[in-house]
Structure formats: C-alpha cells, structure tokens
Design a protein around this ligand. Structure first.
Ligand code: DX5
Ligand code: ZN
Length: 216
C-alpha cells in the first residue's frame, strides 16, 4: 500500500487556516486536524465550528484526531461536519465498537488512537471495526516533541494483527526525515507530520520529500 502523508496543522498559523491548508494541498493526501479539549490533554486547540468550515474550505479530506474526553458524545458530530476520517482515543471511549459503527454510519472512516503506554494487543479484538489505527509516537498534547522509539515494536505488532484486514496504520508525533523510514519499515502507511512540514520554508516540498523518502 502506498505511503500517505497527513500534515498536521497544529503548527500552522491558526489565523489563516484555509491558506495554510492550501499550502500543502498540492502534495498532501490528508490534512490532519488535532482537536484537543484541555482535559484529555493539557492543551486546547479547536473544535466543531472550525472543523465544519475547514471541511467546506479545504480541497483535502480532513483527518480529525480527537484528543478529547467523552468521544462517544462528540465524535459523531465531526463526521457529520464533513470530516472524512475521525479518530478517537480508546483510553477515553466508553463503547469503542459502538462509536466506530456510529462514525461509519455517519459516512466517515473510523480511527482508533493509542497513547504511547497503551498496548496494541488491548485493541486486537476490535480492529475489524475500524479503518485506521493511530499509534502515538509522542505523548499527545503538543507538536514539535521528540519521537519515541517505543512505538516501533508497536507498529510491527499492529501490522501483524491487521494482516487480513483493511486497516491503515498511522504514526503520529515526531515524524521527520530522521524518523520516517523506521516507521515505514516497521509497517506504518500513513504518517502525520506537523513541525517537519509547517516548519519548512516550502511545506508542499517538505511533504513531497517525506513521501519520497517513505516510498523508497
Ligand atoms: C500531538 C498531535 C500531533 C502533532 C504532530 O499531540 O497529535 O498530530 O501535532 O506534530 P509533530 O509532527 O510536530 O510532532
Ligand atoms: Zn495528531
């Protein structure tokens, strides 16, 4: 499966979000939108009204990563707002299977996210219910953190577990030219990159370079 790049707008200029998405549109596959509620993680970003407008304004499909409490209550709204993919944390969900089914029924792809300390095997029985497994390679909350190597064996294990399933494996946090190859070698096929893209002079070029490196 071809490697896809989902640039995170967490490090973009929030006063000009549509323009910032436009800068990556020629090269990116998705736009990764980090929703944080100040409770599940110690940071607050944006919510439903912004995602709703961005879904209308963006040429790229939105990949929403919800770092929020009570996703059972809030996540379906993101699917209804036009997000192409909605990923919630298993640590926060009360009924992950029901929620994944609700997201799919609302027309979105369903994703399940795991913090660095959550074992992949804890979700093995529900992988058939989702379209993507997001493995965090930093503690969620902030962009620009160092990549945690402990994710690599988790990616390998996840790749084994989805052998007969159509589930993408996404790695999120600290992905850059220094770490992308190890992620892909371990079995990741969707890479989130925030500071490595928006910290570059030419974000679209940075996306192309990451993709070329991941594909090699
Ligand atoms: C962290 C977010 C990530 C982050 C990625 O909590 O989920 O998506 O923005 O940013 P970098 O690539 O800078 O680690
Ligand atoms: Zn994210």
């Amino acid at each position: 499966m071809a490697v896809q790049i989902a640039p995170s707008i967490l490090n973009a200029d929030f006063a000009h979000l549509a323009d910032e998405v436009g800068r990556i549109a020629p090269a990116a596959d998705w736009v990764h939108v980090d929703v944080m509620d100040g409770h599940f993680v110690p940071n607050l970003t944006l919510g439903l009204p912004v995602v709703e407008r961005l879904a209308q304004a963006s040429a790229l499909p939105l990949d929403c990563h919800l770092m929020i409490e009570d996703p059972d209550r809030w996540a379906p709204g993101y699917a209804e707002a036009g997000a192409a993919s909605v990923t919630f944390h298993v640590e926060a969900a009360r009924a992950p299977v029901r929620l994944a089914r609700d997201l799919r029924a609302a027309g979105a792809r369903a994703g399940l996210a795991l913090r660095p300390a959550t074992a992949v095997d804890s979700v093995r029985d529900v992988l058939g219910e989702v379209d993507m497994l997001l493995l965090m390679s930093v503690e969620p909350g902030f962009g620009g953190q160092g990549f945690l190597d402990l994710v690599l064996p988790k990616v390998r294990r996840a790749r084994e577990l989805v052998t007969d399933l159509d589930v993408r494996i996404q790695v999120d946090g600290g992905v850059s030219s220094a770490t992308i190859e190890r992620c892909v070698d371990a079995g990741a096929d969707v890479l989130v990159a925030g500071s490595a893209v928006y910290g570059a002079d030419d974000p679209a070029e940075a996306v192309r370079a990451l993709k070329a490196q991941g594909q090699a």
